[in-house]
Ligand binder design. Structure first.
Ligand code: ATP
Length: 242
């Protein structure tokens, strides 16, 4: 039968002053699906996530979660509905510990569902065992890869059902990127839908179900991970030839 999309964006237009960064972008992410948007520098990937999560106003288009229209809702309201954005520059509290950073991700939930918060805390430490080891360490002293894991973990602490990830591979060595992407792939089993924007097409396509190619604010191609990997256009984008 017809299953509702966890996230759907229809005909999104957004920009900054006179700049139009997105020209009518449409995409969807099914429940338990991992979907990537790949594209070169400046294609509009970050703007797309910011538009979906209410950080940049929509000039046109609609966003829906589980089939309900949430267009124009505040970022906080969207977080309460399970839409969580993990931004590119890891906005962690460098002087707080790993545990404190994780718990801050859940601060609005303690009053209403303290047991669920503890369950999620345990779940995050299982997903990222290194965070358990580093639990009492200040976030600012973590490696880049560990900080990225902490950023994702903090997002999961807000009871995320749809996770928006902005370039988790940024500045990381290939082996660490691979580890992080393998962990992202495990989120499928936790009932979380993921929209991942990436310049690192090869590594992203290794773990996602489907993807879209964004160039100059337009989706120019979409398909399964296999189809995209075989596409000449993707190989060109990946090689930086565009
Ligand atoms: P990158 O990987 O470099 O972050 P991106 O694909 O995420 O690239 P965006 O950051 O979304 O691309 O940028 C899309 C377009 O919008 C670019 O032309 C960029 O210069 C412009 N832009 C982004 N942020 C702003 C801003 N705050 N003010 C004005 N223009 C902006």
């Amino acid at each position: 039968g017809d299953t509702l999309c966890a996230l759907e964006a229809q005909d999104i237009e957004a920009g900054y002053g006179g700049i139009v960064a997105l020209h009518g972008v449409s995409l969807h992410v099914g429940a338990r699906e991992i979907v990537t948007v790949i594209g070169p520098n400046g294609a509009g990937k970050t703007t797309l996530l910011r538009a979906i999560s209410g950080l940049v106003p929509l000039r046109r288009g609609r966003v829906s979660l589980d089939g309900s229209d949430v267009t124009g809702q505040s970022t906080e309201a969207l977080v309460r509905r399970g839409l969580v954005h993990v931004p590119e520059r890891r906005q962690l509290f460098a002087d707080l510990t790993v545990e404190e950073n994780l718990r801050l991700g859940a601060y609005t939930r303690y009053r209403h569902e303290p047991e669920a918060v503890e369950r999620d805390f345990e779940r995050v430490l299982e997903l990222f065992p290194i965070l358990r080891e580093r639990r009492r360490q200040r976030a600012g002293t973590l490696s880049g890869g560990e900080q990225q894991m902490l950023a994702i973990g903090r997002g999961l602490m807000s009871s995320a059902r749809v996770l928006l990830l902005d370039e988790p591979s940024l500045g990381l060595a290939p082996l660490i990127t691979r580890q992080i992407f393998d962990t992202i792939a495990q989120l499928r089993g936790q009932g979380i839908a993921v929209l991942l924007v990436e310049q690192n097409a090869r590594q992203a396509l290794r773990v996602v179900d489907r993807g879209y190619v964004l160039i100059n604010g337009r989706i120019v191609l979409s398909g399964t991970a296999e189809e995209l990997m075989a596409s000449r256009l993707v190989q060109q984008v990946y090689l930086g030839a565009l």
